[in-house]
Write a protein that binds this ligand. Structure first.
Ligand code: GCU
Length: 841
């Protein structure tokens, strides 16, 4: 929101030491690092790119090293193409070429595909890749060390845990991005591939620096027009800009393309004409993009066409594409996200979570060897907490990959800070106890556990044209960490975060500690205020998946049910009395989840249907835990603002301000979440909060209780997203309204808070007065400042707050809000709060 308060901020004078930055370089800024005589001595003065062909990753690595050394140390380093044992040089090539061209017998451990050997001994550096891509990864590793001020001598190999380390973009041909929160596509506009692919090139650079080796560029809900000749030519251009970074391109396909686009009268995967149509498409694509990574297919899912139309199995559907790719070595990623979204909640045993195993387990061993089943981390849909998908344990003869989301669809959409690796690790470190033996998910997805030829990781990222890539500077830690974890899932979340922080912001200890503290507290906080004990993210699943709306989970066919009523809550997924989901896990894990005593509290409501009065291990009841957790979570989010503010002057002004804006927003929205969820369950269960907080807000003044002129009360839906279920809106869309009240609080200094709604479709203007003194004004333009549009209604998505700190009032003062509507936004106000120092409500 654009706003003005009479309390103006003064930027410390020492801020001038840091330059303005826009986030576009991500963690590849190569900020200057102090270099003493010892460091200077250890800097190589030549880069030898042995046997680098034009546009190869080794040539890219040479340039990257040259730019990096220039930018970090101001050192000019030349690039040459020959030489082997020169000191003061970086030799970068493949192990094969190094041995061949340098007659080297150096002991270099056997490397896996894409792996590298990095040896830095003073100013003599060897970066040797298993392939040219590996060499580029090694160059990024070396630069990352230097950029973090690490000049140690090192010699080690680095190998990927899994071969598949892909990202998915859900970009549509018209340039919009499904579940994207950072502006339109960097690849598509108006049905075509954009002319200017410079951002795509920068994206490839960033992906490559964290060892991502392929990208699916279009939405899984795919549009067949991507297969037009012009668009295939466009894909060639995308692949050409990404190839020098070792990032291969792939595409999502629409199963019905033979009819929708090809003019055939069937898309039956066993029909000869369909098979040859797809082969022809594949041939045309490989003609243009000889290293196409492959395809991603979402079939028979959420209304997407698939083989079931012709009574063919999912394996028959997947194999159709896989076979067309085989001559080229391409991979077919086939999504396991197949379920019936019209199931009835009336049947106690129905469960969407069961679907993947039910569909795919019988097909194990029926897939071609270049098929990889891409499985979302949990059995539902990217929720704040889920157990791992049991499908990981059920496909012994089929390749699998785990699907994560960097884009925070159910996790605050980049408007809330949520550092995701701890969540991801709760899945990838989970020991499935397959055959009663150690079997962490990470080893299943890599292919190691079942000795599969392929396997790995995919993440939905959804960067856009916003200079920050994801819409928020801090969210970029998730993209960075995703790459690091896909390479080495045992890497430590804090260490990854701190590398990212040093590279992105600063080596300053205070910056490091603060961002670490906030980030590591962020997922637990979000879980606390959005949906705890395994109940899922209690967001509006029927609309934007953003703000609170617990009622939307139930009573529809989507199967994200909570089965909450006046007395009980949670899904009974036991075998003995419920949906039987727990029995899809290997015996030891199944037994743990089957039994309420051994189910961890954080998944209690995922597996069990219990009374609100059920005691947790902490001794609290479920309902009291809900209340407390929501208060704790919101308080933690509130604390992020002051923690961030300690970094003022230690981070460049632009990124400091942009981040602060989001954290302030989050703190307010966390309170919206807290109150909505607490009110909803208080209303449903009738059980009061032992601490007396829920529904009692002594510092609030409800807008509907004020004297209104030009404003009228408005019953908000869902009710719990307005304090007292009611807000006020202007009577007409063109005339201002006034809400006024006399303050009964004792004289003092208070934070003046206004909770209001910022819908898209208008930019209302509000002014707050105490008597005739303007305290401040603001505009409802979150659609610009947050970079996307959560809602057109008054609801839990648009509900937000603004705070005017330290306002002096006296008893009997008149508080007045004047709201000027704009477009469809009727200057809505929910409540005003006057909070004594230190109180958050
Ligand atoms: C979620 C998401 C959809 C997406 C789907 C998928 O349901 O909300 O936008 O299409 O997942 O993963 O296919």
């Amino acid at each position: 929101m654009r706003w003005q308060s009479l309390i103006l901020s003064i930027w410390p004078a020492f801020a001038a030491i840091v330059a303005a930055e826009d986030g576009s370089e991500g963690w590849l800024r190569y900020a200057s690092v102090p270099c003493n005589a010892h460091c200077r001595q250890n800097l190589p003065s030549r880069i030898i790119t042995l046997n680098a062909t034009d546009s190869s990753p080794i040539e890219t690595a040479g340039k990257e090293l040259q730019d990096g050394l220039q930018s970090i140390f101001g050192k000019n380093v030349s690039i040459v193409q020959s030489g082997c044992h020169d000191s003061s040089s970086i030799v970068i090539t493949t192990v094969y070429d190094y041995r061949r061209l340098c007659n080297s017998t150096d002991e270099i451990p056997e490397l896996e595909e894409d792996g590298f050997w990095l040896s830095a001994q003073g100013d003599t550096v060897h970066i040797l890749g298993q392939n040219s891509r590996g060499a580029l990864y090694g160059a990024f590793e070396y630069l990352s060390m230097l950029a973090q001020g690490n000049f140690s001598d090192v010699a080690y190999p680095s190998n990927p845990h899994a071969q598949i380390r892909w990202v998915n973009q859900w970009d549509n041909m018209d340039g919009s991005i499904e579940r994207g929160y950072a502006g339109p596509s960097i690849f598509f506009a108006d049905g075509k591939i954009v002319d200017d692919l410079s951002r795509a090139k920068q994206y490839a650079r960033m992906l490559s620096s964290v060892r991502i080796n392929a990208i699916i560029v279009n939405n899984v809900n795919a549009n067949a027009t991507l297969l037009s000749t012009a668009n295939m030519d466009g894909l060639r251009r995308i692949a050409d800009v990404m190839r020098p970074y070792g990032v291969q391109v792939g595409i999502s396909l629409n199963f019905a393309s033979p009819i929708d686009f090809g003019g055939l009268d069937t898309y039956d995967p066993l029909d000869e004409s369909v098979v040859s149509w797809w082969q022809d498409i594949t041939d045309q694509l490989y003609d243009r993009v000889p290293d196409l990574a492959g395809y991603l297919v979402k079939a028979s899912s959420e209304g997407q066409p698939g083989p079931d139309t012709y009574n063919r199995t999912l394996a028959e559907g997947a194999n159709l594409f896989a076979r067309t790719l085989q001559p080229y070595g391409g991979v077919l990623m086939f999504r396991a996200f197949v379920y019936d979204h019209h199931i009835s909640e009336d049947n106690w045993r129905n469960d969407r979570a069961n679907a993947a195993v039910e569909f795919f387990k019988p097909l194990d061993a029926k897939f071609e060897d270049n098929v990889v089943i891409q499985i979302k981390y949990g059995p539902i849909d990217f929720q704040v907490r889920e157990p791992p998908s049991p499908l990981f344990a059920n496909l012994r003869k089929t390749n699998v990959a785990i699907e994560l989301q960097v884009t925070q669809e159910y996790l605050g959409q980049q408007c809330h800070l949520v550092y995701l690796p701890p969540l991801w690790k709760s899945i990838t470190d989970f020991d499935l106890r397959i055959d009663n033996a150690t079997s962490p998910v990470r080893d299943v997805v890599s292919g190691q556990h079942f000795k599969r030829p392929l396997g790995g990781w995919a993440a939905v990222v959804n960067v856009g044209t916003n200079t920050t890539w994801l819409g928020s500077h801090l969210s970029m830690s998730n993209l960075y960490a995703y790459g690091r974890m896909a390479w080495d899932p045992t890497a430590d979340s804090v260490q990854i975060l701190q590398d990212w922080t040093r590279l992105t912001f600063s080596q300053d200890r205070a910056v490091l500690d603060t961002i670490t503290g906030m980030s590591m507290a962020s997922w637990p906080a979000y879980e606390n205020y959005s949906g705890n004990l395994g109940i899922q993210t209690l967001t509006d699943i029927l609309y934007t998946h953003y703000g609170p709306n617990p009622a939307s989970q139930d009573g529809n066919g989507w199967g994200q049910w909570t089965r909450a009523d006046g007395k009980y809550i949670g899904m009974d997924r036991t075998l003995w009395n419920g949906t039987g989901f727990s029995s899809q896990y290997p015996a030891e894990v199944a037994a743990r989840f089957e039994n309420i005593e051994t189910t961890p509290d954080n998944l209690l409501l995922w597996f069990h249907h219990v009374p609100y009065t059920q005691r947790l291990r902490s001794g609290k009841t479920v309902i009291q835990h809900f209340y407390d957790a929501h208060y704790t979570g919101a308080e933690t989010a509130h604390g992020f603002v002051s923690q961030w503010e300690t970094l003022r002057g230690r981070i460049d002004r632009r990124r400091y301000n942009e981040t602060r804006f989001r954290l302030v927003y989050q703190a307010g929205h966390a309170i919206v979440w807290r109150d909505a969820i607490n009110m909803f369950y208080y209303n449903l269960s009738g059980i009061p909060d032992e601490a007396g907080r829920v529904g009692h807000h002594p510092w609030r003044i409800e807008a509907e209780d004020m004297t209104l002129d030009g404003y009228v009360p408005y019953a908000v839906s869902p009710f719990e997203t307005a304090s007292g279920a009611t807000a006020i809106v202007t009577e007409s869309n063109s005339t201002a309204g006034t809400a006024e009240t006399t303050l009964g609080f004792s004289a003092g200094v208070y934070d003046l808070v206004v909770n209001y709604y910022d819908q898209y479709g208008g930019k209302s203007h509000w002014t707050v007065y105490i008597n005739d003194r303007v305290i401040g004004w603001w505009e409802g333009d979150n659609e610009d400042s947050l970079g996307y549009s959560p809602s057109i209604y008054l609801d839990g998505h648009s509900a937000t707050r603004i705070t005017f700190p330290r306002v002096r009032i006296r008893r009997g003062d008149r508080l007045r809000i004047v709201g000027r509507p704009d477009g469809v936004e009727p200057a809505p106000v929910d409540y005003v709060a006057l909070l004594p120092a230190g109180l958050v409500d």
